[in-house]
Design a protein around this ligand. Structure first.
Ligand code: SAH
Ligand code: F3S
Length: 456
């Protein structure tokens, strides 16, 4: 009888993709994925700690899962193996064992290759297993193209880790130094996905623009960059666009300082590079950007935005902003509001600052009271809602290409999918179209989604 794996994923696309890799790695040991935790032999929590009190949430979740087990306990002999992976595992290390007696496996962010060995040790009777080494030469886990958990959009890792050390961010500590995966491997994976019928891929990295550049000269905005392996991000995009055979290619996340004009030129050149750029600014105030150690100014960010707006394609720009960073005054926040208004984002993720362990900002006085953070959050959200309404309104009457991803929960006749510019569209269509690209004429615009009808 096969063994059952229940895998719960929190956080970013990178984690979703790591979970796919973990499931694939464990299939060799006979583990099949289940969506019912009460029948699992192994429960892995893939965790995020970029914000929130993530570690506390993990222990809480383990307790909840244990309780659901107790309720069906007659059916079972004992508790399953509990494992923690992802950023909390990397940051909390063996303290996890101390805080929860039930956890028997701790897997760092670079240790997915080791997962089967650790699980085998536990199956053989070892009480606990852990691997949390971070090394700059960590191997990339090579995922077989055939074993995706995401059905219609396939993720491809291009870089792992981050060298930027923004003062608020825990990622460099939980994901280690930046490494770029060889371009040939990336292109080959994209080709295999195309052969399987995938219509969309997303290239993933914490900072995709520094692909191939670790430690090298980053060039000026307009100038050519110099890379370690001869392939910059712009060249990689070009290769994937011309060699993969995939009709829709997206990527995330861009880093404003490293984002260059050449990327926009390449995006303009190839039709299968989708018109969506996620370019997180974090703040509109130069003083705060300096304290965040972002390495760019409001002016240089806006210069890049202007360049994107001058592109041949109608690009959709989204971003992230943190409100309430230590020392942020009303004036600083007003700069953020005016920047958001000037850019006119198609989507904005707003976060209240929260101190993260290991980060320099955690040693600054968290000077903005919680109520003020909330106030600023709501004010920016309100502005963004107004902007977004206008941005979405321009799609009314337009025909957009949609990848049909599934049926919406409310009505069997309603399908949903994403546009090339990453907006959700709802429309009536037959189930058979799921997985296909269709053209939809937009007939109605809501604050966060579009409605329309298929045109042939
Ligand atoms: N480059 C990464 C960024 C990772 S963190 C990427 O691929 O998305 C994602 C977002 O979380 C950041 O852009 C930032 O806006 C937010 N964030 C990170 N650390 C934070 C903190 N300490 N408090 C609040 N928000 C934070
Ligand atoms: Fe974090 Fe800054 Fe890297 S936000 S992921 S340290 S680019």
């Amino acid at each position: 009888m096969s063994k059952k794996l229940y895998l719960e994923t929190h956080g970013c696309q990178m984690n979703v993709h790591d979970s796919e890799k973990a499931a694939f790695a464990l299939s060799d040991l006979g583990y099949e994925v289940t969506t019912d935790p009460t029948e699992a032999d192994l429960i892995m929590l893939n965790t995020c700690m970029v914000r929130e009190k993530a570690a506390r949430k993990v222990y809480h979740r383990i307790d909840e899962l244990k309780h659901s087990f107790r309720r069906v306990s007659e059916k079972r002999k004992g508790l399953p193996i509990f494992g923690v992976m992802g950023c909390v595992a990397q940051a909390e290390t063996d303290r996890i064992f101390e805080r929860s007696q039930d956890v028997r496996l701790v897997l760092g962010t670079q240790a997915i290759v080791k997962l089967p060995t650790l699980v085998e040790q536990i199956e053989q009777g070892f009480p606990r297993a852990i691997d949390i080494r971070l090394t700059k030469d960590a191997e990339f886990f090579e995922l077989d193209a055939g074993v995706r958990q995401t059905e219609h959009v396939a993720y491809i890792t291009i870089t792992e880790g981050c060298n930027k050390f923004c003062s608020f961010c825990i990622v460099p500590f939980t994901r280690g130094r930046e490494r770029s995966r060889p371009a040939d491997k990336i292109v080959a994976e994209a080709q295999a996905l195309a052969a399987q019928g995938f219509k969309e891929i997303q290239l993933l990295g914490q900072n995709v623009n520094s692909y191939g550049l670790s430690g090298r000269y980053h060039g000026s905005f307009a100038g050519e960059q110099e890379s370690d392996n001869g392939v910059t991000f712009a060249r990689l995009l070009e290769r994937v666009a011309t060699e993969s055979g995939i009709p829709r290619i997206k990527y995330t996340t861009s880093y404003p300082r490293d984002f260059d004009a050449e990327v926009v030129r390449v995006m303009d050149t190839y039709d299968n590079l989708c018109e969506w750029i996620h370019l997180p600014v974090q703040s509109g105030s130069n003083r705060i950007l300096r304290a965040m150690r972002r390495g760019y100014t409001r002016e240089s960010y806006l210069e890049k935005i202007a360049h994107i707006k001058n592109a041949r394609k109608d690009m959709s720009i989204t971003g992230d902003i943190i409100v309430g960073f230590p020392g942020e005054t009303d004036d600083d926040f007003n700069e953020t509001l005016s920047l958001a208004a000037e850019v006119g984002y198609d989507g904005l993720y707003i976060f209240k600052y929260s101190p993260r362990p290991h980060t320099p900002a955690a040693t600054y006085t968290d000077s903005v009271p919680e109520e003020v953070k909330t106030e600023r959050f709501l004010k920016l959200q309100e502005l963004q809602d107004r902007i977004q309404k206008q941005r979405y309104a321009r799609y009314l009457g337009r025909t957009v290409e949609v990848l049909v991803e599934g049926m919406s929960a409310r009505s069997a006749a309603d399908c949903y999918g994403h546009t090339r510019c990453s907006k959700i569209v709802n429309f009536k269509a037959d189930k058979q179209l799921v997985g296909q690209l269709v053209n939809v004429r937009v007939t109605e615009v809501k604050p966060h989604s579009l409605y329309g009808e298929i045109v042939l």
